[in-house]
Write a protein that binds this ligand. Structure first.
Ligand SMILES: [Zn+2]
Ligand SMILES: [Zn+2]
Length: 148
């Protein structure tokens, strides 16, 4: 994605193009599933300076505008990604917190149906598959147990 793509994305949502918004979109595009900490570092590298609050505000606005997707695995910091609107799911490692994309299990959103929808119109299903990533599985079990 080029800076021009980010500008068009902002305009398509009726958002003003600002240096901070472009930097945040660029940071998240370059670091899929980035934490706020990573995004802050990258935005500061791009702009020279940016306040934490400004970056949080932009993240909230872009998430609301559906230009970013926010994932919140329980017990791990929130992460942001630019891949929006395709109802993909995530694998999350319990040990190191690595997040990996996986496509929908079946067909289009919602790819999963509740056994009873209680009258809801279901639009989306967001699945987190918890487990251990390939590299954490390589660690001796004792090390993993003690690092908790
Ligand atoms: Zn891991
Ligand atoms: Zn993802």
């Amino acid at each position: 994605m080029t800076p021009t793509d980010h500008e068009e994305a902002l305009r398509s949502r009726g958002l003003r193009v600002t240096a901070t918004r472009l930097a945040v979109l660029g940071a998240v595009a370059d670091h899929p599933h980035a934490t706020v900490e990573t995004i802050l570092g990258d935005v500061r590298a791009r702009l020279g300076t940016a306040s934490t609050q400004a970056v949080y505000d932009v993240l909230a606005a872009l998430t609301q505008a559906e230009l970013l997707h926010r994932i919140e695995p329980a017990g791990h910091p929130a992460r942001y990604e630019r891949r929006v609107g395709d109802n993909h799911h995530h694998l999350v490692c319990r040990t190191c917190g690595t997040v990996t994309d996986v496509d929908c299990s079946v067909g289009h959103a919602p790819c999963l149906r509740p056994t009873d929808d209680h009258g809801f119109t279901v639009e989306e299903a967001e699945v987190i598959y918890w487990g251990l990533c390939a590299s954490c599985q390589q660690q001796p079990a004792t090390t993993a147990a003690h690092s908790r």
